[in-house]
Design a protein around this ligand. Structure first.
Ligand SMILES: [Zn+2]
Ligand SMILES: [Zn+2]
Ligand SMILES: [Zn+2]
Length: 440
């Protein structure tokens, strides 16, 4: 393929942020800037059987691979299309059984290595940035990150060396893993459930802002980039790399830790939303700054502890009810100082809602959702997938509990955001419209 770039945009070098993408013409809110097929992708293990391994279509009548009985497909075309990648895992899964457990990053990297071997030209995913050009930030890797990469490389050798002849040398692998760690994407569905991991080189060219002017959504395994603010010719195009719920200090920490830069966007400079995000309970005796600081430390610790507990819940044998209790206790403690719309309170409520959904406690999930959704729409930007998915989950819960009017109202709120972020033609939008229509 000739390098034709992306119509209406150009790659450029910004003085503060290095290379990036900027607009050459005007884009209005909701307009598609570009679509990018995945260079490589992988369906997450938990979604096997619910989505086609090849095209990520969600349907109930998928059929499974006759050999491993673990991968599912729409039809024989999808199965054939997926074989060059699935064959890396099919036999190995049979051979290792329960002990087959490479991380999703390892699975993705194995696919990238195979793709690189059969690719001689610039792909359709690399109109403005080649995968080979990804930053690796190797010089900024600390020992903790280094250990993770080393473990991933060991797993790659362990689970894939039989099916990938001569894996690249150690240094090449370290660089590739580091590149994927700071340029990889996770694919999510309309409720923000994790579906898989992928690399989209052109999408990775965009720099970050905490007040982004585009949103990335997924159609099957392709990424779509739409404007969520008016973009004028000459303006840089910014995506967001992180969850924007948290106050400036937390966002900066996260960006530095995972992407190795200090954000200087307008939100980070003006900190306009920090006060609302850190809402303090109205008390006759207001808390001292030290008390607030110590509660923030507690909140961050509990968030981290909870993240680990959830991550290792199978290994540690933690029951969902214990997770729920952890959420409730922390809310009680933080509630002494933080208001109900404080983002740390909201974080724990969101986790609690997730556990309720997992336990099929629909009433519990609904009452958490009701507390979360209003403050969410204040803290997040005007068009946010976090807000849309919260309205969507809540709307679907209402309808499941026969609360028709409230259900339709919530779904319409989700739809208004999704029509901009996903585009009016997206199958998720059609699905929500159908759900509303069915209530008439
Ligand atoms: Zn398919
Ligand atoms: Zn198979
Ligand atoms: Zn920022």
């Amino acid at each position: 393929m000739k390098n034709e770039g992306i119509e209406g945009t150009e790659r450029f070098v910004s003085p503060e942020r290095g290379r990036g993408l900027r607009a050459l013409r005007h884009f209005s809110v909701g307009e598609l800037l570009f679509s990018c097929p995945a260079y490589s992708y992988v369906l997450t293990v938990n979604e096997r059987g619910a989505h086609c391994e090849h095209c990520f279509t969600r349907r109930e009548d998928l059929f499974k691979c006759g050999k491993c009985k673990q991968a599912y497909y729409c039809n024989v075309e999808c199965q054939r299309g997926d074989w060059p990648m699935h064959k890396l895992e099919c036999m190995a899964m049979c051979a290792y059984g329960e002990n087959w457990c490479p991380s999703e990053t390892v699975r993705l990297v194995a696919r990238i290595i195979m793709k690189q071997r059969v690719t001689t030209e610039r792909t359709l995913s690399e109109k403005v940035l080649l995968l080979k050009e990804f930053e690796s930030h190797l010089d900024k890797m600390d020992s903790e990150k280094d250990e993770i990469v080393q473990a991933d490389i060991a797993a790659l050798h362990h689970f894939y060396s039989k099916h990938i002849s001569d894996l690249p040398d150690e240094q090449t692998l370290i660089e590739l893993f580091a590149q994927v760690n700071c340029n990889g994407f996770t694919i999510e569905d309309e409720e923000l459930s994790h579906l898989g991991s992928a690399v989209f080189p052109d999408v990775a060219l965009m720099n970050h802002s905490c007040s982004p002017n585009v949103i990335v959504t997924y159609k099957g395994t392709a990424a779509e980039v739409r404007a969520v603010q008016e973009i004028n010719p000459g303006e840089e195009i910014f995506n967001s790399y992180i969850d924007l719920l948290y106050p400036t200090e937390d966002r900066k920490e996260r960006l530095l830790e995972s992407y190795f830069f200090t954000c200087q966007c307008t939100e980070c400079t003006t900190k306009s939303k920090d006060k609302a995000k850190m809402e303090i309970r109205k008390l006759s005796l207001p808390p001292e700054p030290e008390e607030i600081q110590s509660m923030v430390r507690y909140a961050k610790n509990i968030i981290e502890e909870f993240r680990r507990a959830k991550h290792y819940k199978n290994i540690l044998h933690i029951f969902p009810s214990e997770l729920l209790e952890m959420c409730e206790l922390s809310q009680e403690k933080m509630g002494a100082i933080f208001g109900d719309t404080n983002v740390y309170m909201l974080h724990m409520m969101y986790q609690a809602m997730g556990v309720c959904l997992y336990m099929q406690d629909w009433d519990g999930a609904m009452s958490y959702g009701e507390k979360i959704v209003q403050p969410y729409s204040v803290h997040y930007p005007a068009y946010s997938l976090n807000v849309a998915s919260m309205y969507l989950k809540l709307g679907r819960l209402y309808l499941g509990l026969e609360r028709k009017t409230q259900g339709v109202k919530a779904l319409k709120k989700a739809l208004a955001i999704m029509e901009v972020a996903h585009g009016k033609e997206h199958h998720y939008v059609a699905e929500v419209k159908r759900e509303i229509e069915e209530q008439k």
